[in-house]
Ligand binder design. Sequence first.
Ligand code: SAH
Length: 344
Amino acid sequence: MEKIDIKSLSRQELERALEARGAETYRLAQIWRWLYKDGGAKSFDVMTDLPESLRRKLKEGFHITYPVMLDAKRSTIDGTTKYLLKLEDASTIETVFLPEANRNTVCLSTQVGCKFACSFCASAPFGFVRHLKTSEIVDEVLFVKGHNPSASITNIVFMGIGEPFDNYDNVIKSIRVLNDPDAFNIGARKITVSTCGLIPGIRRFAEEGLQVELSVSLHSADDKVRSHLVPINKRYPLRQLIAACREYTDRTNRVITFEYVLIKGANCSREDALKLARLLKGLKCKVNTIIYNKIRAKGFAEPSKEDVKVFLATLKESGVHVTNRKSRGEDIDAGCGQLRISRL
Ligand code: SAH
């Protein structure tokens, strides 16, 4: 019989699985702590406060996943570290650790590769391989914790490789573990999920009752331009997307952040800013711009400082709440959109 991937179980599922094996109820809390404290237990042998007989049973019934580090690159500019991790089937993913004075963020991948082929993103050209399991998503955080024992992880962003809402169930399950006070204890408001605009995912997310932040990668207020940059726009065009966002904010009373990558000549003229302000009128939201990070894709460049200034000023004048995100880890290709599934 195939062993159960223990870190892909919710707390309730593990409770039931332990019950079925005759373990006393209080063992759940012990095992749960071993799995998620510090860098996480890599085997049942280290769970020394469990009786030998239970450890044997656990070993027979369950499996503990753990990634292998193939490479790590640390930015000399800001200390951002990008890890290349090998999963048990030899697939590789990238995970980024972003230390800052007042917070430490982990940027998580959710899939091996990506289906959505945004034209300016490095994760696109290699196509989609598979979804990450819940265990593999939480393992990214455990791995970073294990490698940075003195830093406590305060924030999580689902902004690495892949589309979180295309791997919906595993992402939500991982969020519940990350949020669990007895596991990672990361506050829901410190967790951000970023989507390229999958409307069914946004609708489901509104019903989860989670206080997690939602970001939508918008990048243009014009259907033609957005379809070129973010091809899934052909399936979920702007009008429907914004309507779903409005339903989301009405239902949750939460603010949506729209990600907007500024690309020279494509989406950041004064007219683009006015169009964006019109599109977002009355919506409970903010806009987070980021200057395009160079990847080896053809035909894109970063805008001039003047263009950026005018774009931001126009949005502000139009009453849009806007912040400009500083990209991090660019010297090691760890910036937004620079992650890929090939070797570093
Ligand atoms: N699939 C999800 C999450 C991964 S991408 C999504 O699309 O939101 C995380 C963010 O990086 C997205 O907003 C994405 O559009 C942006 N991004 C991709 N390539 C980029 C690049 N070259 N420069 C700056 N941001 C980029």
